[in-house]
Ligand binder design. Structure first.
Ligand code: TRP
Length: 380
């Protein structure tokens, strides 16, 4: 189905909204997608407003952007932007999904920004043969609990389910769809004649929230989208259409893909042993971490003598992405690892404790969210 797209990339790097595989070269992605790298100068500029830099910025988990300088220009002139991000509810939420949401919360807190969070139940219904509409919609509600549990400002956050909020979304989507030809959609997403027509229309549904605040406010409002870079094709379409509809082009800040606990690849719900679900019991999570892939040696003696390799270690990755916020401590951990002064078992134990603590708190907030979930969704 996505052959055209695959041929554009180099043999071992495939990046589309539905397929990410092979060795990812992020500099090459910036070039191929025509985005801008996040530079030191841009970080300094962000810091002027935020006071501090989120670890995902300091560590370049968010590494690329489109029009972020413009968003800041507007902000400095007093024109506030809103945030838009989302998730395709294909199953349970795992810790890898939560990572960019934590960053989105930081942006919301620091810039006082409104957030629209889209749950694309329609997309999952179209692309997953065994997914029923009922299941897709119920997953939107399930996943919404996790979004709420992250702690977004209830006064400034709205969830959108494409199925539940179909009226609002559809009416913006048709404006978009009118300006996107089948050949553009094919070229950008790799659709073929055997793709169902629902998924061919779907990119206009994902573009709709780029303009939703402008529609509600009846004036142009700048939009910033934090998302993994595989979602960029959608924003290319949205940016192309925006001026034709009289809207601002949505700006983006792109993240890398997040690794799973298994060797290589990202955390994948289809391999449950490689991801920690937000509803996993602390015990189950601990067990998964104790079985995680690390950069360790095969014997203790060897590791003491030669050290291990944090660059391929999934346990180290999760410290870097989420759990160790102190840069100096992270560097120290890396040193201890490379010099064989800390063993994988110890690192796993430290991470397991942190993950367990996170899960207990998250699950409490998730439970409370059950009473609130309806009020977070758009009411139209
Ligand atoms: N298509 C995305 C997915 O399958 C979900 C999504 C919708 C999204 N809108 C978004 C992701 C905006 C990031 C930003 O996960």
């Amino acid at each position: 189905m996505f052959q055209e797209k695959i041929d554009l990339a180099n043999e071992n790097m495939i990046v589309t909204p539905w397929v990410v595989s092979g060795e990812i070269d992020y500099d090459k992605l910036i070039q191929q997608f025509g985005t801008e790298p996040i530079t030191e100068a841009l970080l300094e500029r962000i810091k002027k407003h935020t006071g501090d830099l989120h670890l995902q910025l300091r560590r370049r988990i968010f590494f690329s952007h489109r029009d972020l300088n413009w968003i800041l220009d507007m902000y400095e002139k007093g024109e506030r932007f809103y945030l838009y991000t989302g998730r395709g509810p294909s199953g349970g939420v795992h810790i890898g999904h939560v990572v960019p949401w934590l960053f989105t919360k930081y942006l919301q807190d620091k810039f006082g920004a409104k957030l629209y969070f889209q749950l694309t139940d329609d997309e999952k219904f179209f692309i997953t043969p065994e997914m029923s509409k009922e299941k897709a919609l119920s997953l939107s509600y399930e996943n919404a609990l996790d979004v709420i549990a992250v702690g977004f400002d209830p006064k400034k956050t709205k969830l959108i389910s494409d199925m539940k909020n179909a009226k609002v979304m559809y009416n913006i989507a048709i404006d978009v769809a009118k300006h996107v030809t089948a050949s553009t959609a094919k070229a950008v997403f790799g659709f073929t004649d055997s793709s169902n027509i629902g998924i061919i229309f779907f990119p206009s549904m994902q573009a709709a929230p780029c303009f939703v605040e402008s529609v509600f406010e009846k004036k142009n409002v700048p939009c910033l989208i934090p998302a993994a870079i595989d979602q960029d094709p959608y924003w290319r379409i949205a940016r192309d259409v925006a001026p034709k509809l009289g809207y601002y082009k949505p700006a983006q800040i792109h993240s890398r893909f997040l690794p799973g606990l298994g060797k290589g690849g990202k955390m994948s719900s289809s391999m449950p042993e490689t991801c920690i679900f937000t509803v996993d019991s602390p015990k189950v999570a601990e067990k998964k971490i104790m079985n995680a892939f690390t950069g360790g040696r095969s014997t203790v003696e060897e590791q003491r003598k030669l050290g291990a390799d944090p660059s391929i270690c999934t346990v180290y990755d999760y410290e870097r992405l989420m759990f160790e916020s102190d840069d100096e401590k992270l560097i120290e951990l890396e040193r201890l690892c490379k010099t064989g002064q800390i063993l994988c078992g110890e690192c796993k134990q430290i991470l397991a404790e942190r993950v367990k603590e996170f899960l207990i708190e998250h699950q409490k907030r998730r439970e409370k969210a059950k009473d609130l979930v309806e009020s977070y969704f758009l009411q139209s």
